[in-house]
Design a protein around this ligand. Sequence first.
Ligand code: DC
Length: 231
Amino acid sequence: MPGKRLIVAIDGPAGAGKSSLARRVADRLGFFYINTGAMYRAVALWAVRLSVALDDMHRLEQLAREAQLELTKEGQVLLNGEDVTEAIRDPQVSDAASKVSAIPAVRRALLAVQRSMAQQNSVVMEGRDIGSVVFPEAQVKIFLDAHPAERARRRARELQEAGEQSDFAAVAGELRERDERDRMRPEAPLVQAPDAELIDTTGLSLEDVEEIVLRIVRSRTSNGKAAAMEH
Ligand code: DC
């Protein structure tokens, strides 16, 4: 891309619709899509497989530093060369990712990787702390939220579509617990950056939200380059 690279940061709690939205927006703008949750999930999966205790900070830091993480253009997640795209969606891994991501040294290791991923390219990056910590200088910051019941419904539907058991009450409970942990941790908690635009996606279609975000991108990129790059 000629000229300055652009960073679109999308943060919010689980089930707010970040991943589907970020992928579509990246597609429209011709930017790289980077799912940082998938990176924490991959490290957590590795820890679970090796039976590393989720409070063993030193060992977890080591795994985060040694993990070879790749996010492909097609949306696959590779851990040490293995395709773990499906494996990291397991509810046990969701819970482990939330715990592993509370460890400052793990966050430091992945922060470096995340920053380097956006060095050469314009990106749409989604997670919990992208607008607040990873790229406080991002030109576009979105904070995506939705009513907790709506988020639990979406997550339960995703699990069902993936052929997994999904008990609504259990899914809602897991989301609540994970959000609470992600919001309350001292290091890079889930928070709306002061200059982020809040979008409540409750009752909105993915297409609606996509258009709102593209409008924000256009308005925040004064030279209109981002708009001109839309596919
Ligand atoms: O977005 P997700 O649900 O796949 O993320 C899994 C966990 O990873 C989430 O519970 C919190 C953590 N996470 C984080 O701490 N910081 C990020 N930038 C992204 C995810």
